[in-house]
Design a protein around this ligand. Structure first.
Ligand code: PRP
Ligand code: ZN
Length: 300
């Protein structure tokens, strides 16, 4: 199946933990869109980029089949599908472009509080309910634990109460779901976060330029989230010490101050967050009039 049009299609989760952050990311990349009446597609107005809102489990398949050029999906879903597709003989069903800076959670084992089960080692001969049968089967095999995997498509946390399983393996973020269901968290099977993936097919030339621009903007958006623009006045001879104190700083811009020969203005972009402690150290090094500003956009 090959994409006919020259518009880039990017698949994101329709409703779930990644939806808001994924849409926000695309907006911060400059994309303006109108949501169709069926709420299944957001049509880009100012770029040839359309957003498909689908079930997260469908995203790896849509990208593998080149129905979508790009997709944003949790590593949990990606890994589950990768194992499934590998069994069907597809070795490299999608290209992993980069991890995103949101959507972190973990796929972890959990045991009923009153069960006496404490860790994976207690699972021999027991049943584990999960929506991630491939990942869990693979993990148990690698750990040398002989347990039975019971597939649940949702509401995994109630499986022990229903008598369908002795333990579960499910996504944990805040841990509130486990707490509410009297489950105790055990081993982490997979650490997850949102991932950006691309079709394994070669991208037609009409799309390459915009995909490249979009990727550069995505990198820029992720970078500015942590970056700060720092301004201060300082004695000229304190500049080496000041540069050393600033986290992830580029070469500083040094600007003369009108009517002052002893002091200069120093402007610098820091690629890490700047904390109060850093400002206090800068002050001790001789800096004054310190200002820390958020960075709005950034390109290399
Ligand atoms: C996961 C998981 C739990 C919940 C855990 O479901 O199945 O229900 O999140 O989060 P917590 O630790 O913050 O309580 P999710 O909303 O991702 O839905 P999905 O698995 O159906 O995509
Ligand atoms: Zn899902």
């Amino acid at each position: 199946m090959t994409q006919q049009t020259s518009r880039i299609k990017i698949a994101i989760q329709k409703s779930g933990r990644l939806t808001d952050r994924s849409l926000e990311l695309l907006q911060r990349c400059g994309l303006k869109y109108t949501l169709g009446r069926d709420q299944l597609m957001a049509v880009g107005e100012n770029m040839p980029v359309d957003v498909l809102l689908v079930r997260d489990d469908d995203i790896p398949g849509l990208v593998r089949d080149d129905v979508c050029d790009l997709g944003i999906v949790g590593r949990n879903v990606l890994e589950e599908k990768r194992l499934e597709f590998a069994r069907e003989g597809a070795a490299d069903p999608f290209r992993i472009l980069r991890p995103m800076d949101y959507g972190s959670c973990r796929l972890a084992l959990a045991f009923p509080e009153d069960s006496g089960l404490r860790s994976a080692a207690d699972l021999a001969g027991r049943r584990v309910a999960t929506s991630y049968p491939n990942i869990v089967t693979d993990w148990l095999r690698r750990q040398g634990i002989d347990a039975r995997v019971i597939e649940f498509s949702g509401a995994v946390e109630i499986a022990p109460k229903l008598g369908r399983a002795d333990a579960i393996c499910d996504l944990v973020s805040t841990g509130a779901t486990l707490l509410a269901n009297h489950l105790r968290e055990g081993e982490t099977v997979l650490s997850s976060q949102a991932m950006l993936i691309q079709t394994p097919q070669s991208v037609p030339p009409v799309k390459t330029d915009w995909i490249g621009r979009l990727l550069q903007r995505i990198d820029g958006v992720m970078q500015v989230r942590e970056s700060k623009y720092v301004m201060m006045n300082a004695p000229i001879d304190a500049i080496p010490e000041i540069t050393r104190l600033l986290p992830g700083a580029d070469a500083p811009t040094v600007i003369p101050l009108q009517g002052r020969s002893d002091k200069v203005a120093v402007h610098v972009v820091c690629r890490e967050n700047v904390f109060w402690e850093t400002l206090e150290s800068l002050q001790k090094a001789g800096a004054s009039s310190l200002l820390v500003l958020p960075v709005e956009k950034m390109l290399p």
